[in-house]
Design a protein around this ligand. Structure first.
Ligand code: HBI
Ligand code: FE
Length: 284
């Protein structure tokens, strides 16, 4: 095979996806004709359930851009979405066989190429799947790539990731990805909403993250965020909240090299830690 598969966390299950199809940069063709009627039906059911949950829970920019994915009848062709996405923000979707290693992942993002897993979960995994599939990657991530400032943030994240990787700070920076691009909340004029793809593609966590009194929600602070470990197999205990995508973009303008040093000096925090300097956000 051209490239090695990747396993994150401590799972003993072999990685899904056929990495023999992948090129050296881990991209592959979306084999659209290989989807079965059952695969398309899974997409349709996931899409319909999730879109019905969005009002009052997903941020406005996400709801506005969702129709850009096209019909919910079948798994979209990435090329068709690209015809709309490229003119909108210069981003392009590329198919990948599943999770890919950090460095090629960051390289794609830095080039405004978003890796989308091309296979879909099995019916018995309808409610929950640990690793990203095409529903998580497309439904969760792609609508906000139509939002110019957010799209710029994701590219900047990729470029920063390449630097972080070389500085041995990949893990610290991946926490920023996790708590913004995957599990971020945003304060809109009409209340708290989700913009993170891990939330937006999950039926359970969407309501939990925005409305449950259980998790803590704190204003995004880069050092606080990068100190905080995260859960990959449960709802988050902590969500970080932004006020706008402009704020997120501006926060990540400076060079992170000194920040990594202060994060290391301050030490890790558990996923549910609370510290005196936190600015908690209470539910309206
Ligand atoms: N690969 N396909 C894919 N999708 C991801 O979200 C992803 C990845 N590889 C690495 C990775 N995420 C993480 O390192 C991020 O936390 C940065
Ligand atoms: Fe994701």
């Amino acid at each position: 095979m051209a490239v090695e598969p990747v396993v994150y966390g401590t799972s003993t299950r072999p990685p899904r996806g056929d990495y023999a199809r992948a090129r050296d940069d881990y991209t592959c063709e979306q084999d659209w004709s290989a989807y079965t009627e059952a695969d398309h039906a899974t997409w349709r059911r996931l899409f319909d359930r999730q879109s019905a949950l969005l009002p009052g829970l997903a941020c406005d920019a996400f709801i506005k851009a969702l129709p850009s994915l096209g019909t919910s009848d079948h798994i979209p062709r990435f090329d068709e979405i690209n015809q709309r996405l490229k003119p909108a923000t210069g981003w392009e979707l590329v198919a990948v066989p599943g999770l890919i290693p950090e460095r090629p992942f960051f390289e794609l993002l830095a080039k405004r190429r978003f890796p989308v897993t091309d296979w879909i979960r099995q019916p018995e995994e309808f409610d929950y799947i640990v690793e990203p599939d095409v529903f998580h990657d497309l439904f969760g991530h792609v609508p906000l790539l139509f939002s110019p400032v957010f799209a710029d943030y994701v590219q900047r994240y990729g470029a920063g990731g390449l630097k972080a990787h070389d500085l041995g700070a990949g893990e610290l920076l991946s926490r920023l990805y996790w708590y913004t691009i995957e599990f971020g909340l945003i304060r809109q004029a009409d209340g708290l909403r989700a913009y993170g793809a891990g939330i937006l593609s999950s039926s359970g966590e969407l309501r939990h993250s925005v409305t449950s009194p259980q998790p803590q929600r704190i204003a995004l602070d880069l050092q606080r965020c990068m100190r905080t470990r995260y859960k990959i197999d449960d709802f988050q205990a902590t969500y970080f909240v932004i006020d706008s995508f402009d704020q997120l973009f501006e926060l990540t303008t400076p060079d992170f090299t000194p920040l990594y040093e202060s994060v290391r000096a301050a030490g890790d925090l558990s996923a549910d830690a609370s510290i005196a300097s936190d600015s908690p956000i209470t539910l309206g």
